[in-house]
Design a protein around this ligand. Structure first.
Ligand code: UD1
Ligand code: CA
Length: 449
């Protein structure tokens, strides 16, 4: 049976004290919304509908940026969680299969938990995800017996006896699309907050003789972000888990507590990551590659056996083939380095193709930007680029060619040629000594004045 998701992301997030919509604040380099969408997408859903409200245009752009197939509906005004879910009715009420409600500000729900919810649907018409709260605070309380759920009571509406219950509502809920949207039409706002509560659904289902059930997950999974403090705590929790996962997957981390992963970082077995390495989105590192300390990586691919750093910066579109060496203070952007290329020191390669086994000397710069447009530099196989070569793109250097140190290369270099593009050296015998003597005389004269 197909499953669809509704992700609520309309809320203002007042307590973030921010101009940015809450769900666009980042954990592990990705908007909170992307974390929820990643969990949803792992179940290969038929549809994903994001309910937007505050900052709708930006939230929609982020949803589409994650996956073009995400659909967005606007909730304005925001009259409660049931009202929010009902905004998706025009898109989903005729769908066969189940609908799961998730939250854009709740990033850590695991795919396994979503699977468990779907399995529990075999026994219950409505399934709610609950957790044992260390501090139940103002969460909705699950009034249940074993797996069977009688009702959810919101804190504001709960009796003292109900408030003593520590089994709490995560907010995540599942039912068939047909039942969910039917029950939603029956929800009223006669409660302490005057809102349409999604939490009324289990009781409404039971009133029709249907059953409601609870699936329990760890509290850490249902962590919702409401404040900057919670955002920082969520970042720390994510990183702690990601580091352990990397270690368990056979990655060596010299100083795990100093490495920061992104939501989608992939690292192969037997890779080695040194201290103080920061991952942005879109990084893949293959097996047995090494990233030494203090590297910043994003949007790049590092192949088997490659070595990077220390102090290297790889940006979007940096493609390193097997056994490439990238050393210290090298920046690479939108460039393909074929097998065995060496770029040892102090170099910028942007918008470039470097053929296999070429050597790029220290201080080389691909001058890729003319102030208006970007241009490409193409270097063939086994080329030797002398130290401090400026490659003024668009320009190419042929196979087995060489550029002399300090050259400013503005024209294509044929294969096997040497390109010399610098002023010819002139030596003036004895002039250094004469110059020094003159300078010393001038200085002495000034001292007397
Ligand atoms: C909700 C649950 C509560 C649960 C808690 C878990 C209800 C009525 N209560 O309470 O049982 O313990 O979550 O965190 O569902 N939203 C919209 N549109 C709206 C209202 C809310 O999109 O009109 C979104 C918010 O952006 C937020 C989420 O739904 O991300 C939860 O809404 P919120 O008002 O914060 O509900 P809680 O009081 O936290
Ligand atoms: Ca909340």
């Amino acid at each position: 049976m197909p499953v669809s998701f509704i992700v609520l992301a309309a809320g203002m997030g007042t307590r973030m004290n921010s101009d940015l919509p809450k769900v666009l604040h980042k954990v592990a380099a990705a908007p909170l919304l992307h974390h929820a969408l990643t969990a949803a997408r792992s179940l290969d859903p038929a549809r994903i509908v994001v309910v937007t409200g505050h900052g709708a245009a930006e939230v929609e752009a982020a949803a589409k940026g994650f996956d073009e197939a995400c659909e967005c509906v606007l909730q304005d005004p925001q009259l409660g969680t049931a009202h929010a879910v009902s905004m998706a009715a025009p898109l989903l009420e005729k769908m066969s299969g189940d609908v799961i409600v998730l939250y854009g500000d709740t990033p850590f729900i695991r795919p396994e938990t979503l699977e468990a919810i779907l399995h529990a649907r075999a026994r219950h018409s409505v399934v709610v995800l609950g957790f044992q709260a260390r501090d139940p605070g103002r969460y909705g309380r699950l009034i249940s017996q074993g797996e069977s759920l009688e009702k959810i009571v919101e804190y504001k509406d709960a009796t003292d006896e109900e408030r003593a219950v520590t089994l709490c509502n995560s907010g995540v809920m599942c039912a068939s699309a047909e039942l969910m949207f039917d029950l939603l039409t029956r929800v009223e706002n006669t409660n302490a907050a005057g809102e349409y509560y999604l939490t009324d659904l289990p009781q409404l289902a039971r009133a029709q003789g249907l059953s409601a059930g609870v699936v329990i997950c760890d509290e850490a999974e249902t962590l919702g972000i409401n404040t900057r403090r919670e955002l920082a705590a969520a970042e720390a929790a994510f990183q702690a888990r990601a580091r352990l996962e990397a270690l368990e997957n056979g990655v060596t981390l010299t100083a795990p507590e100093t490495v920061f992963f992104a939501l989608d970082t992939h690292i192969g077995r037997d890779a080695i990551i040194g201290p103080n390495v920061l991952f942005g989105l879109g990084v893949t590192i293959e097996s047995a590659a090494e990233v030494k300390g203090f590297c910043h990586l994003e949007g790049c691919h590092i192949s088997r056996g490659a070595q990077v750093g220390p102090f290297a910066r790889l940006r979007l579109g940096a493609e390193l083939a097997e056994d490439v060496h990238v050393g210290n203070f090298v920046e690479i952007k939108n460039a393909i380095l074929d097998e065995g290329v060496k770029v040892g020191h102090l170099t910028y390669l942007g918008d470039a193709d470097i053929g296999e086994f070429s050597n790029i000397g220290a201080g080389t710069v691909t001058c890729n930007y003319d102030g208006v447009m970007k241009h490409r530099t193409r270097i063939g196989k086994r080329a030797f680029i002398g130290s401090s070569t400026m490659l003024v793109a668009p320009v190419s250097v042929g196979n087995d060619a060489l550029t002399a140190s300090g050259s400013v290369i503005t024209e294509d270099v044929p294969a096997e040629a040497v390109a010399l593009a610098r002023a010819k050296q002139v030596n003036k015998p004895g002039l250094a000594t004469k110059l020094m003597a003159r300078l010393k005389t001038i200085k002495a004269a000034k001292g007397k004045a």
